[in-house]
Design a protein around this ligand. Structure first.
Ligand code: SF4
Length: 481
């Protein structure tokens, strides 16, 4: 009589049938054509949060432009971001390049083949480490992501919450036990393939599934309910005002873009100037702002950065969702205020009035321009002490309901230790961890910086890396011109 339990038999059956199915049905994907660990690493990072069909052209372009780890490590970051443009989650691209530098410095350009070494590289978590080690080097380690947890939850009818870390650890143990000797590479890919093609999130194709016979989830009629996953907090709505600033004179035919700060959300990417619609900690604040008030707000905020605009018309709306925040953009077509005309108007106004201190108006010559007070002009403006610097210096007085003194103190401490490195990442992380993010004003999260501005034409777009949202607005703008 056999000593094999029903559970052991179900595991063996799963591994055997899955591999047989994979051998016959696996897709021909570019990164499967070799065991090149660099290619597998790039593909695995690109595939996070992104569909295979979308990734294929990006992958091919990326490895053509950066064919080796050394070439990637030594490339200008701007080129790496440009190659990633449109894929989203841009910190992945920056992390890949940082890790490439580590691979060159520590491992002579060879992607390491041990869990300890590969896990020490920037941006490589347990899933990516497992995927690269198993697929490229056939190391028998699990590679467990959401797809794999879905398959295992259903097949073994596990009702653990896959959003929780202990469940992931349990799944990694289980997945590790299922790897057949000598077949780690194929088995882990087979598991991913089953999740992608058959055991899909909605309406799994059980009738064509190679492991249907022993699938406990299906047998119990729970394939549609599994896996159990507690819902993530919905992204916080944030209303913003965006200016497409058209140039005049020497800038005719161009629009003004700016570069985001070196750390934090969309770090160092280029964007169209935009501001939060209302400085408020309330989610969705500023949604009902009138057009006139919105233009005033936009003009004032950009003026504070040294950019003066003549607001034109409301043009379009756009949205973008990040994991924790959703941007609702109202886009305005604006025109630059010509600096020399402004200067002449200011002089005229000074001559014409005895009361000429800070409240300089150019209404006589330019009735639609909005000016508020004496200001630095773009190109000569002085760097301002940002809210971030004030916070770092402990001079910013923050009164936020819903944010405990402890959480703010924690944020201050994190800032103090990380001021020179990933300050923005840290503050986002800390704030999210403490569920205080919604209470932290956006001025602390990427607004109050001395931005680098450039005038660009349609052709110049090729030189800069834009997040999708801004890329689409710019493309539409130039297409309609
Ligand atoms: S039988 Fe259905 S639920 Fe079970 S693993 Fe296959 S596709 Fe998923």
């Amino acid at each position: 009589m056999s000593n094999i339990t029903a559970e052991q038999e179900a595991k063996r059956y799963f591994s055997r049938e899955l591999l047989a199915w994979y051998d016959e049905h696996k897709r021909d994907l570019p990164w499967r054509r070799s065991r090149n660990p660099y290619h597998i690493w790039i593909s695995e990072i690109m595939l996070q949060q992104t569909r295979v069909d979308t990734v294929i052209p990006y992958f091919l372009r990326f490895v053509e432009k950066f064919p080796t780890v050394e070439i990637l490590a030594n490339a200008p970051e701007e080129e790496v971001l440009k190659c990633w443009e449109g894929l989203g989650y841009y910190s992945r691209a920056r992390n890949i390049q940082s890790a490439a530098k580590q691979v060159v410095e520590r491992h002579g350009g060879i992607v390491p083949d041990t869990p300890e070494e590969i896990s020490a590289l920037k941006g490589i978590g347990p899933y990516t480490a497992g995927a690269v080690l198993s697929i490229a080097y056939n190391v028998p380690v699990p590679a467990v992501d959401g797809n794999v947890m879905r398959v295992l939850s259903r097949y073994f009818c596990l009702e653990d919450d896959i959003a929780k870390n202990p469940t992931r650890i349990k799944m990694e143990k289980l997945a590790g036990e299922l790897i057949p000797a000598g077949r780690a590479s194929d088995f882990n890919q087979a598991l991913m393939e089953l999740g992608a093609l058959i055991c899909t999130p909605k309406s799994p194709h059980c009738l064509t599934c190679p492991v249907m016979k022993h699938c406990k989830g299906r047998i119990n009629g729970m394939e549609e309910q599994l896996p159990i996953k507690t819902k993530a907090k919905p992204p916080r709505p944030e209303h913003r005002l965006l200016a497409v600033i058209e140039g005049e004179g020497e800038h005719a035919g161009k629009v003004l873009i700016r570069q985001r700060p070196a750390t934090g959300l969309l770090a160092r990417m280029w964007e169209l100037p935009h501001v939060i619609a209302e400085e408020s900690k309330k989610a969705g604040a500023g949604a009902g702002l009138s057009e006139e008030a919105a233009m005033q707000r936009l003009s004032q905020a950009l003026h504070n950065e040294g950019v003066d605009i003549r607001p034109g018309e409301a043009w379009m709306t756009a949205e973008h969702t990040f994991s924790h925040i959703q941007w609702y953009m109202r886009v305005f077509l604006c025109t630059e205020v010509n600096a020399s005309a402004e200067q002449a108007a200011s002089t005229a106004a000074e001559n014409a009035s005895a009361n000429t201190n800070a409240d300089v108006s150019v209404k006589d010559t330019d009735p639609s321009a909005i000016h508020t007070d004496a200001k630095p002009s773009r190109g000569t403006r002085q760097p301002q002490v940002s809210k971030m610097q004030e916070l770092e210096q402990g001079t910013l007085d923050i009164k936020l309901s819903g944010t405990t003194p402890e959480s703010l103190e924690n944020i201050r401490q994190q800032l103090a230790v990380s001021a020179a490195t990933d300050t923005m990442d840290k503050i986002s992380h800390v704030a999210e961890q403490q569920e205080a993010y919604a209470a932290v004003p956006s001025t602390l999260l990427g607004e109050a910086f001395d931005y680098d501005y450039r005038w660009i034409s349609r052709e110049d777009m090729e030189k800069y890396a834009f997040p999708n949202l801004f890329l689409k607005i710019l493309q539409q703008y130039f297409n309609e011109k």
